[in-house]
Design a protein. Structure first.
Ligand code: E4P
Length: 225
């Protein structure tokens, strides 16, 4: 499962790339607004750091979405255009996909919606795990069901587990067969953490020092002769 960051913050993307584990970034209007940056400038900067950068359309009609999608795709070859799971969004997505633009169908909350995304040849579909959990539905269960339906019907569209809130969502998305999981920076950071890693590291550092001190003590009498 590829790991993406759900962010519009450059410093977070840079950290993920430095750690060698990041394959892409998803953004949305809320994340761009929180970063307080110009949409186009920020997407171009992120595309300069990492591949597979989802940029979201904000228009509504099919024709407007086609024009907007073309504009976003022209910003950089790494851009994946996000269209909403609406009739207009999918209609536009089909045209854009036909032109070779990679499409991420966003705001997916059911298997049937995911089947519609597959029908337009979307590059990926984004089921929103956390938002379903928020309303007492099974977000990861939806990811599992979409993966199953896609495998059973030979669909190539990738399943991108989105709206991830916890490290457990990441683990569960992997078990559910998601191709990609996109997560906030704090969740990505938390994936590194385990108390036994910290404890083991401290013990090795301590033993290394002890070993060197013991060797130095053995050599001392010879050096003083
Ligand atoms: C990613 O493409 C989505 O826009 C994002 O994961 C939504 O997350 P949220 O539900 O935390 O806003």
């Amino acid at each position: 499962m590829k790991l993406y960051l759900d962010t519009a913050e450059l410093s977070e993307v840079e950290s993920g790339v430095r750690w060698g584990i990041l394959d892409g970034v998803t953004t949305n209007p809320t994340l761009v607004m929180r970063a307080g940056k110009d949409h186009e400038e920020q997407i171009k900067k992120i595309c300069g750091i990492v591949g597979n950068v989802s940029a979201e359309c904000v228009t509504e009609s099919r024709d407007d979405l086609i024009a907007e999608g073309r504009r976003l795709a022209a910003w950089h070859k790494n851009v994946i255009v996000k269209v909403p799971l609406t009739p207009d969004g999918l209609g536009a997505g089909r045209v854009l996909a036909g032109e070779g633009v990679r499409i991420n169908v966003t705001l997916c909350f059911s298997v049937n919606q995911a089947l519609l995304a597959a029908a337009i040849g979307a590059w990926c579909v984004s089921p929103f795990v956390g938002r379903l959990d928020d309303i007492n539905e099974d977000g990861v269960g939806l990811v599992r069901d979409i993966v199953k339906a896609y495998r059973e019907t030979g669909v190539k569209t990738k399943v991108l587990s989105a709206s991830i809130r916890t490290p457990m969502h990441v683990t569960q998305s992997a078990h559910a067969g998601a191709d990609i999981a996109t997560m906030p920076f704090k969740v990505l950071e938390s994936m590194f953490k385990h108390p036994l890693t910290d404890k083991g590291l401290a013990a090795f550092a301590e033993d290394y020092k002890k070993g060197r001190a013991a060797l130095a003590a053995k050599k001392e009498p010879a050096a003083s002769r």
